[in-house]
Structures are given as structure tokens and as C-alpha cells.
Design a protein around this ligand. Structure first.
Ligand code: GLA
Length: 709
């Protein structure tokens, strides 16, 4: 240990502490959990961690360091995996320097055998408790090195964290929570889709047996990266377990020339003793404080009208103007023209790549439609899918060599499209110029940036996998456009929620959560999504009466009641709605607007509900106001409704309670619905005793508004 290096370094935030042990060869996390007082010294923690190994084992099992090393006898998955032509793979890095500035720790270590330098950066965000951590590797040798893995810092898991809550899904049903017991061996999620993916969200919650939505200990972990990744929770034979998240490379994808450096994506972590709600609270706070761009931080999120499920490709100027008229009447504040507006785009079979307005539909360009929309006091937004090209397009006919491939395998078409190689300068230039020209010519304040297929074949024309560079090239393009057009907001969409992560949120302002507008499915999707992301970035639309994805018929009350808890929008043919529907829609939008400041800034509390229920609340930061949503998903199991116990209220406070949605909840006889509105009830009673629910129909919901007196 170099003389200037201390044995331990501690970072503290509002509720958490992180202690790094630098006594050994390489740094390791000694403690990450609730904030420690001054009474506790790192030496005490270290003493308490004194271990004894079984006789036939290593005298001292290898430490789970920030980048565990095979050469030290670590039998799990090494944090950095590299070699130079098959040699110099064994890493044994020694800490060279440690710097602690502003609650951020930078630890530099070097391995002279492998000729690398590792830089671990760890920070605890003071007010939200979010841990951010990266690992960087620099080639300090004189030959190229091949990098197979360089994970973000490895997180040792407390023994008692024996439950894994993972996130899986598919198109139109993303963010499904799957709970499993930790087991000897590894829980591994790998994603090779070239985007964040629908099925393998790079996030996980590891927790104790008794943790639930409102209490218990847990770590929440998320890798902020929109490309290939791997996530590993491994329980070793010692019983020790660790979590490792990092980028996944194809063979030969990553090499470093002398002097070059690779840095892992950022690992975001929360540690709590207060259940999953506290994980959401930390992540949401962090997104608001550090990822949300200041352009939109204090901007009211306008209610959208989106043309996709209203008209699909069947665009005409007159029809769009009619839709805009009704959209404005029901309260929309931004009109988003979805797919179909550009050259040759009559279906999903052609046109991608030709980012010129289709003059057969828009004779005089988009100007007249935009003027019409703006005259109705709405902003104008436009759908694009820049990374893609249809073989049936002018772009592909001119530049068929611009696509990613896996030669000699035939090109795989998915949704009739191929993926452009964004790492090519001419592709970047073409896309920037086209988008820049559109944004310069027209008054467009919003782009819905889509990506409707996975990258199955990630090679450039030279035959090298470029997944890592493709993702960075996307970030670069988004960053350039944002810099050139700072007023334009961008939504990240990938066939719904296929590109939702903190990496892309650094360059975008909203996420399209899912292509499913089925309100019941949405409740589950939004429950998973909201573990990490706050309501204001969660695109949530009121779809048609008969859901186009699931065929389910749901009332406008339910559809609006679900969508109002995100960044609300409408995506249905308004011209086909009857007056009742339109009026209810209007009221739902108005209610969202009335409370959106709270919805988009409050703390989410997740309620412990049964399998046929969904419930959550949003509580103002000062605790003075709250909205709670309760949905009965299915038919009642008993002849009397359940009891809803609120969470997170000030138990010494008095709250005036009202049911604000649906407008007129129906009841065939006297129920709580007739007596509750306007009553003043203690926070204590609302949380300890809870409210008796009325008899509710399946797929119906109630929204409660509470204001502290
Ligand atoms: C994807 C998006 C949809 C819509 C279509 C248009 O599926 O997720 O919302 O924009 O593309 O083709």
C-alpha cells in the first residue's frame, strides 16, 4: 500500500454510507448500507467481518474486490477479462492512489504484468443516496490488448439478501417483475439485441426474505447503457454473493491500443432498509436531480396527442387537421405526427432512410399542418427512426453498404428493415444533416426517436462487431442534435420500451414505456418501470376503447385513470369517440393537468396489494398533498371489498380525503363513496386502519386525493 493511501475511505449521503477497504492489494466494498454514525469506525466493521474458512479451502478466500481477480484465487467471474494474444491475462493490480473529493472516490491501481491501469470511480449522491460507479481500464503496455469484459464495480451482497427481483418482458409487455430465490450458482441475464431490450432490462433488486413495497432491506442496481449488457448475481460456494453488471462484447469487439482507455457504463445503485418504495424514491430523485436536462426540469410536461393508433399510415392533411381540432378541444398540448409522413412510407415496408416529407400527402410540406396545430395552441412533434433503413428506399438503393451485417450470413430483415452503421462518418453526417434540416425548416419542438428492431448482425463492413461503438454513435448523434436544437425534446422509443435506461436518459427527455395501451397491462408494466423511472418521463397514453394490442375493452375511466399517472397522452381516433367518451376524456385530461405538478415531482409509494389489485400513491415532497390510485383488476374474491392502507402519510397530520376519479363513481347502495368526500381523517387512521373499499367492478379504479389540513 502506497504510504499516502489510507486503510479505509467512507462516503456518506443523507441515509447511506459506503466504506471502501483499501488495505489489500485491490479495493473492495466493506460496507454499503444505512448511514453510519461517528460511533462506528471502519476498523470495527473490518473486525466484525473476520472470517474462518473450512479446512480444505484457501486459508483466506479471495476478496470480492471492485474488479475481482482470478489471479488472487477468486473463483467467480473476474471483473476485468483481457489478454494480449493469449497472454498477460492474469491481473494482479495494486492500488496506486486514492482521491476523495466531494463525496467521490477515485481509486487508481496498476498491474505491471498485464500492463494495465484500472480506475474505479464511486460516488454517493448526497441527497438521493444513489451510488454511481464505473470501472475504466487503460492500456499502459506497448501492444494492443483484447478486452473481453470490464464490468462496473462489483457489489458484494449481504448474506441475507437472498431474493432476486428481476425484470423481463417482451414487446408490448415490458418491465415484468420476476421474483426468484437466490441459489448457489449464477443468475445471469445477457442481452445481445443492440438496444436495452424488452426482455432483459439491465436492472435488478436484491433483497431480504421479508422485504416488500414499504419495508425491508434491498439493493437496487441498474446499468445505464442502451446496448448489449450482462448482469450477474452469483452465489459462490463460500455462500458469499455478488452483483456484477457490465457491457457485453462480441468476440474481438473491444481492443485497446497503447494509451487507449475503455470506461464501463455507469452502475447506478440504491441501498435501503425501507422497501421497494425507497428504491424508487432514490432513483427518481437522482433522475430528477442529475439526468433530467435543465431544459425540461421545470417545464410542464404537455399532454400529447399521438397519431399512431388513431390513423396508423393512413395520413391525410384534412384528417390530421380534424384530429388536431378535437385533440386541442379535449386538452392536448402537443400533437405528435407518428410514422408515415416521409417519402415512400405508405406502410412499414418502405421508406425508412428517406427523411424527406412525402409531398403526395403534404403537398406544401409539413408547414400548413404545423401552422394548424400551433394555431390550436399545441406544440408539434414528429416521429423518426434514424438508425434504420428499408431495402425499398432511395437511401438503400444508393448506399447498400451502409448497413450492419454478419457476413457471410444473409442479412436478417426485421419489420422489413436493416440497421445503418452509425459508426460510419458518412452515415452520421447524412442523418445529422437530414434531421437538422427538418428541425431548422419546421417549428418542431419534439422528436419521437424510434428503433424498431434488434441488431442481430452487429458487424461493420470490415467484419468487426461494433455494438459498443454503435451505441456511443447513437449518443453522439442525439447529443449533436440536442446541442444544435436545444429547444427540441426527444423521446426514446424502441418498439415501445425497448430502449429505456439511464444512459439514453442523458440525451432524451421522455421514454415510450410500451406499445401496449391496455390499461390493465399498463399497470403492471408501469409498476416495473417505476422502480427506476419517475412518472414525468413515463409516456402513458389513453388508447382506443378496444385495445389494439390485446383486444381488451376497458372503460374510458380506467384508461384515463391509468394514463394520468405518467406523462399523459392520447393515442386513439378521437373522431370515432361518442360524446360521453369525449367528455370523460376531457375530464381525465383536466384532472391530470390539475395534479401533474404533484405527479411529476412527488414521491412514489408502492402499496402492498394482493394479486388482483394494484395500488400506489404519489406524495408531495413536503407531505402536504397526495394522490393514491387503487385498481381492482379482477372480480372480488369476497362479498365485501378489501381495505386500502395508505403508506407514507404524516401520522400526526389530518387529511381531507376525496375521491377525484372517476367523476361519478357508481354504487348501487350506500358505500364509502357516499361518505368519504371532504372528510378529515388522521394520517394515522388512514395508514393504520385503512379505508374500506366499496364493491368495485373488475378493471375499475379509484383515485383518492388527500390534502393536509
Ligand atoms: C413503434 C412504436 C410505435 C409507433 C410505430 C410506428 O412500434 O413503438 O409507437 O411509433 O413504431 O411505426
Amino acid at each position: 500500500m502506497a504510504p499516502s493511501i489510507k486503510s479505509f475511505y467512507a462516503l456518506h449521503s443523507r441515509n447511506c454510507s459506503l466504506v471502501i477497504d483499501c488495505r489489500g492489494n485491490a479495493p473492495a466494498i466493506l460496507y454499503w448500507g444505512s448511514r453510519l454514525s461517528e460511533a462506528t469506525s471502519p476498523d470495527m466493521l473490518s473486525l466484525l467481518a473476520t472470517r474462518q474458512e473450512l479446512q480444505a479451502c484457501q486459508a483466506q478466500e479471495a476478496l470480492i474486490t471492485l474488479s475481482p481477480e482470478a489471479a488472487t484465487g477468486f473463483m467467480g467471474s473476474p471483473g476485468v477479462q483481457m489478454h494480449r494474444s493469449g497472454r498477460q491475462w492474469a491481473i494482479y493490480a495494486k492500488t496506486k492512489s486514492v482521491n476523495l473529493v466531494d463525496n467521490q472516490l477515485t481509486i487508481i491501481s496498476q498491474c505491471h504484468g498485464a500492463e494495465i491501469q484500472l480506475t474505479h470511480c464511486l460516488a454517493l449522491h448526497a441527497s438521493t443516496d444513489v451510488l454511481t460507479a464505473t470501472t475504466a481500464i487503460t492500456n499502459i503496455g506497448s501492444s494492443a490488448l483484447w478486452l473481453d469484459r470490464c464490468d462496473a464495480p462489483c457489489i458484494p451482497l449481504p448474506m441475507r439478501y437472498n431474493k432476486i427481483l428481476g425484470f423481463t418482458g417482451r414487446w408490448a409487455n415490458e418491465f415484468q417483475q420476476v421474483s426468484i430465490d437466490r441459489f448457489p450458482g449464477a443468475y445471469v441475464r445477457e442481452n445481445r439485441s443492440g438496444r436495452t431490450s424488452h426482455d432483459s432490462f439491465p436492472g435488478v433488486v436484491v433483497h431480504t426474505e421479508d422485504t416488500n413495497e414499504s419495508s425491508g432491506s434491498a439493493y437496487g442496481l441498474h446499468l445505464g447503457w442502451s446496448g448489449n449488457h450482462q448482469l450477474r448475481i452469483e452465489e459462490q460456494h463460500t455462500g458469499q454473493a455478488y452483483a456484477q453488471l457490465g457491457e457485453l462484447f462480441f468476440p474481438g469487439e473491444m481492443s485497446l491500443e497503447p494509451g487507449e482507455k475503455y470506461c464501463s457504463p455507469t452502475l447506478y445503485g440504491t441501498s435501503t432498509a425501507h422497501g421497494f418504495s425507497a428504491i424508487s424514491e432514490s432513483f427518481h430523485g437522482y433522475v430528477r436531480a442529475s439526468l433530467t436536462d435543465k431544459r425540461v426540469r421545470n417545464k410542464v410536461r404537455p399532454v400529447h396527442f399521438n397519431t399512431w393508433e388513431a390513423v396508423y399510415f393512413d395520413l391525410s392533411y384534412d384528417r390530421l387537421c380534424e384530429l388536431a381540432d378535437v385533440a386541442a378541444e379535449v386538452g392536448a398540448e402537443r400533437f405528435v405526427l407518428d410514422d408515415g409522413w416521409f417519402k415512400n412510407r405508405k406502410s412499414d415496408k418502405a421508406g425508412l432512410g428517406d427523411w424527406f416529407v412525402d409531398n403526395t400527402v403534404f403537398e406544401d410540406g409539413l408547414g400548413p399542418l404545423i401552422d394548424h396545430v400551433k394555431a390550436k395552441n399545441m406544440e408539434f412533434g414528429l416521429w423518426v427512426e434514424p438508425e434504420m433503413v428499408n431495402p425499398d428506399s432511395d437511401l438503400y438503393r444508393a448506399h447498400s453498404d451502409w448497413v450492419l451485417n454478419a457476413d457471410p450470413a444473409p442479412l436478417i430483415l426485421s419489420r422489413n428493415q436493416l440497421v445503418l452503421d452509425l459508426t460510419r462518418t458518412e452515415v452520421q453526417t447524412y442523418l445529422f444533416e437530414r434531421l437538422d434540416a427538418l428541425l431548422t425548416e419546421y417549428s418542431i419542438s419534439y422528436l419521437k426517436w424510434d428503433m424498431n428492431r434488434a441488431v442481430y448482425q452487429p458487424n461493420n463492413q470490415g467484419g468487426r462487431a461494433v455494438g459498443h461503438y454503435q451505441t456511443n454513435a447513437l449518443y453522439t448523434l442525439l447529443g449533436r442534435l440536442r446541442a444544435a436544437h436545444p429547444a427540441v425534446e426527444i423521446e426514446s422509443c424502441s418498439s415501445g420500451g425497448g430502449r429505456a435506461d439511464f444512459g439514453v436518459l442523458e440525451f432524451t427527455d421522455r421514454i415510450w414505456t410500451s406499445d401496449s395501451n391496455d390499461a390493465l397491462d399498463r399497470l403492471r408494466i408501469q409498476k416495473g418501470f417505476s422502480m427506476f423511472f419517475p412518472a414525468e418521463v413515463m409516456g402513458a397514453h389513453i388508447g382506443p376503447g378496444v385495445c389494439h394490442i390485446t383486444g381488451r375493452i376497458l372503460s374510458m375511466e380506467t384508461r384515463a385513470g391509468v394514463a394520468m399517472f405518467g406523462h399523459m397522452g392520447i393515442e386513439a381516433n378521437l373522431l370515432e369517440m361518442d360524446d360521453d367518451q369525449t367528455e370523460t376524456l376531457k375530464a381525465g385530461v383536466a384532472l391530470h393537468k390539475k395534479h401533474r405538478q404533484l405527479i411529476h415531482s412527488g414521491n412514489l409509494v408502492r402499496l402492498n396489494t394482493q394479486s388482483n389489485e394494484n395500488g400506489f400513491g404519489i406524495i408531495a415532497q413536503d407531505g402536504g398533498e397526495a394522490l393514491f390510485s387503487y385498481t381492482q383488476l379482477d372480480s372480488l374474491s369476497h362479498s365485501v371489498g378489501g381495505r386500502l392502507q395508505f403508506i407514507g402519510l404524516d401520522s400526526n397530520g389530518l387529511y381531507q380525503v376525496s375521491i377525484v376519479w372517476p367523476q361519478e363513481p357508481k354504487s348501487y347502495s350506500t358505500s364509502i363513496l357516499d361518505v368519504i368526500n371532504g372528510s378529515v381523517i388522521s394520517g394515522e387512521a388512514l395508514t393504520k386502519a385503512g379505508i374500506q373499499l366499496p364493491i368495485m367492478h373488475p378493471a375499475s379504479l379509484l383515485v383518492f386525493h388527500l390534502i393536509r389540513r
